[in-house]
Design a protein around this ligand. Structure first.
Ligand code: LLP
Length: 437
């Protein structure tokens, strides 16, 4: 178990976060409950920002696909970070948060005409073109408006990151980006440079997520810098920015060994500086897009323990009042999480239990074989590092309303996402006349 940010065990033997006893949080807000530790979140932003700023001209964007809410965007802005958005919905949230649009980078591999127009009109700082289709669409939309848009091109460097199949993206066989090795990337650059409406400021890559080997980032940066050199040689064009994506790994479970953000910064910046000298090209501003490493460790999910079932000689199942609807990652990726009985945090571990969700699906298991104190119905279970890709990937499967989210800080808890009601669940249902005689 690794307690991060302001998480601690208080004298009552309860898990506390943001200066509030989780038992009190549950009394006030019910379960399941997503809890975000504001100070933890801010510290994560600062650590990464400081690490990169210390080594040169850089900008940290928060990859908002990780956890996108208006309040979270406000904190990100206060911390001086920019924002990576990937859809009209995330852009809309940023607009509603009053986020400075010049610091918004719009990613995605299939942006619609409506999304592109929305981004141009909103004044998004950069739109990142992923493929030739998008380049043409962008060009057409800008031409229609007579507007010049700053863009980046997403490039596929061909780096195999050691992470789950579904979350690695930099390898050649990927749906994302212009591939360097087959000449597509150079053609993409030429096409962008030929457009009077597109101002090609830089290149972008992202090799995957939950990565612990810093060499992978160095390797990707090196390939990107070689490509920057090749572009200068072939076209004379030099870039202002190089965006090397996110992917910095965090602690979920024993065996995960997160590195210091300073190591991440060094792995990228030292390679870039060396290549600048070697290739005689201008030093680009380095952009990174961490998501998980900002929001992940700052979040916990609180559940109430309910039914249990012992399969003699095999295992004990203990069900909680949430599951794959609020955290699909174990079912989707086989992800592992750490858990604690929040109201018995100092009690000795006594039994091995597997934590099941409440969905009608055998695969709805949150945690296998955790050693916990004796858990009784009504106990509060805390699952750690759920700030990233939980709320963001949640669903209403089985028509379960999504939980509430609270932001805790210095003994105060503020609701930042309301618990869904049954009424919310049917809000978009339409009953045609003929079914309603
Ligand atoms: N930039 C780009 C272009 C990305 O595609 C991503 C994540 C990030 C930045 C942020 O990566 P991070 O720092 O969070 O690793 N749903 C999966 C993760 C998918 C990541 C997709 N892209 C999961 O729950 O593990």
């Amino acid at each position: 178990m690794q307690l991060s940010g302001t998480m601690m065990i208080n004298p009552q033997g309860h898990l506390e976060v943001g200066g509030i006893d989780t038992v009190d949080l549950v009394k006030d807000f019910g379960t399941p409950l997503w809890v975000m530790d504001e100070q933890g979140l801010r510290q994560n932003c600062r650590k990464i920002k400081t690490a990169f700023n210390a080594l040169g001209n850089s900008l940290v964007l928060y990859a908002s696909k990780t956890l996108s809410t208006i309040s979270i965007y406000r904190i990100i802005e206060e911390e001086g970070l920019g924002l990576d958005v990937v859809s009209g919905g995330e852009l809309y949230t940023a607009l509603k948060a009053g986020f400075p649009m010049e610091k918004v980078y719009f990613h995605g591999n299939n942006k619609s005409r409506e999304e592109i127009n929305m981004a141009i009109e909103a004044g998004a700082g950069r739109i990142v073109a992923d493929n030739f289709y998008e380049l043409q669409l962008l060009n057409a939309c800008c031409a229609e408006k007579g507007k010049i848009q700053d863009i980046l091109l997403r490039v596929t460097p061909g780096v195999e990151a050691h992470t789950h199949e579904y979350i690695k993206t930099g390898q050649i066989d990927s749906k994302f980006g212009f591939t360097v090795s087959d000449g597509q990337a150079m053609d993409g650059v030429q096409a962008a440079l030929a457009s009077p409406f597109l101002n090609l400021l830089g290149l972008h890559c992202h090799i995957g997520s939950q990565i612990f080997e810093m060499e992978s980032f160095g390797h990707a940066s090196s390939i990107m810098m070689d490509f920057l050199g090749a572009v200068k040689e072939e076209t004379g064009h030099e870039f202002d920015e190089l965006d090397v994506g996110g992917g910095f790994g965090i602690y979920y479970y024993p065996g995960d060994e997160p590195r210091d953000p300073a190591e991440w910064a060094r792995a990228i910046m030292l390679v870039v500086e060396a290549k600048v000298k070697e290739k005689g090209i201008k030093m680009p501003r380095i952009i990174v897009e961490p998501g998980r490493s900002i929001a992940g460790p700052a979040g916990i999910t609180l559940y109430t323990a309910g039914s249990s079932k012992e399969v003699k000689g095999i295992r004990k199942y203990l069900a909680v009042d949430g599951g794959m609807t609020d955290n699909p990652r174990p079912a989707l990726y086989g992800s592992k999480y750490s858990i604690m009985v929040a109201n018995k945090a100092l009690a000795d571990a006594e039994e091995k239990v597997s934590i099941a969700g409440k969905c009608c699906e055998s695969g709805d298991m949150l945690i296998w074989d955790a050693m916990l104190p004796k858990v009784e119905a009504g106990d509060i279970l805390a699952v750690f590092a759920t700030g990233a890709y939980n709320y963001a990937m949640s669903s209403n499967y089985n028509r379960l309303p999504r939980p509430a989210m609270v932001l805790v800080n210095e003994g105060k808890a503020d609701l930042i996402v309301k618990r869904e009601s049954y009424e919310d669940l049917i809000r978009n249902d339409v009953l045609p006349e003929r079914l309603n005689p």
